[in-house]
Design a protein around this ligand. Structure first.
Ligand SMILES: *Cc1c(COP(=O)(O)O)cnc(C)c1O
Length: 347
């Protein structure tokens, strides 16, 4: 069952909303086995969003946005994307038999994400410039033509994405003390905070978490307090210089008593490898940013050891293996039998 069927009462859907469903959501909240212990945190969990149908949390918002766009009569869907939004939109458009047009920053998106959009049959335009340039063009075009804008400035995206917060509460029995996630265009932090508040208001939880957002050093407009013209980071999903949901992010931070801080690419890649090596969870670089930030916050004594902490792993590591593979040893090339193999392996 997908998120619309599961959380219908909290979503802007009615009897005339078409049924759209790829069984997105219901992703596991995996307890940490090793990192939590190493940090002295007794209750650390990973919300493994890479297990959504197209490999990222984007499916939660996209399913609602596509359903609402179809309900309104749209037959052409469009988005600007750093990769995952386009993969998700293209999948739901394919399923529902409508046209998908994707604008990506030329040369800036991971090959596997691009391959998804192409395989699902979207028309892909690689526009010269940054993600922010692409989004501006898409906003302009969709305001003048009968084409539905599917970026997270579309409020239906935020509505769907908030279901991840519901799932965290449903599994834990209450809200966690801290929820950490990467911040790019800032739709997701806005959505989680909305979800936690709505569930709290409905009596489903007794408290609200502190929202902790991680940006990348070279792409940290919210931390800097101004847009960044040429955002740079290995984490392409958060390579964004002028977040569309800027205010949503700062409200989530301030209302929850949380924080948004930046980590370096080196910290991101180290956290990504440690997560894969010690937990068996392979997430894309953007997803490792909040884990890198957690390491720092624990070191600085800013997270109580008995707190319940959730790190959102927003996308699968298989999305962007190139970024990760630069930091591991390549396979051993060998021509030989079991004896030579054993020798090389020091068995
Ligand atoms: C989209 C995305 C982000 C950033 O989310 P925002 O809502 O843009 O802040 C982070 N990680 C992954 C894997 C993403 O696909």
């Amino acid at each position: 069952m997908g998120v619309i069927a599961r959380y219908r009462e909290f979503l802007p859907v009615g009897p005339s909303t078409p049924e759209v469903d790829l069984h997105e959501g219901s992703t596991p909240l995996v307890p940490s086995r090793n990192i939590g212990r190493a940090l002295g945190l007794s209750r650390l969990f990973f919300k493994y969003e890479g297990l959504n149908p197209t490999g990222s949390f984007k499916d939660r918002g996209m399913v609602v946005a596509v359903a609402k766009a179809l309900e309104a009569g749209s037959r052409v869907l469009m988005c600007a994307s750093t990769g995952n939004t386009s993969a998700s939109m293209a999948a739901y458009a394919a399923r529902m038999g409508v046209r998908a047009i994707v604008v990506v920053p030329s040369g800036e998106i991971a090959m596997n994400k691009l391959s998804q959009a192409l395989m699902y049959g979207a028309k892909v335009v690689a526009l010269k410039g940054t993600f922010d340039t692409a989004l501006e063009a898409v906003r302009d075009l969709t305001s003048r033509y009968p084409v539905a804008l599917m970026n997270s400035i579309n409020p239906d995206r935020i509505q769907g994405q908030k279901t991840a917060a519901f799932e965290v509460v449903d599994v834990l029995g209450d809200a966690p003390d801290y929820l950490l996630l990467p911040v790019g265009n800032a739709g997701n932090i806005t959505a989680y905070w909305k979800g936690f508040r709505e569930y709290h208001a409905a009596g489903r939880s007794t408290r609200l978490p502190r929202m902790v957002g991680a940006q990348a050093d070279g792409a940290a407009p919210i931390v800097a307090g101004h847009p960044i013209a040429n955002p740079r980071t290995v984490a392409s999903a958060i390579r964004i210089g002028n977040p569309a949901s800027w205010e949503g992010a700062t409200s989530a931070r301030d209302e929850s008593g949380g924080l948004i801080a930046a980590v370096t690419d080196t910290e991101i890649l180290a956290a990504q490898i440690r997560l894969a090596n010690t937990e068996g969870l392979f997430a894309e670089p953007a997803s490792a940013a909040p884990l890198a930030l957690l390491f720092r916050l624990v070191m600085e004594g800013k997270i109580e050891k008995d707190s319940t902490t959730v790190v959102v792993l927003t996308g699968s590591g298989l999305k962007d293996p190139d970024a990760a593979l630069k930091n591991v040893e390549p396979p051993i090339e060998l021509d030989g039998d079991a004896r030579t193999l054993a020798k090389v392996l020091k068995l």
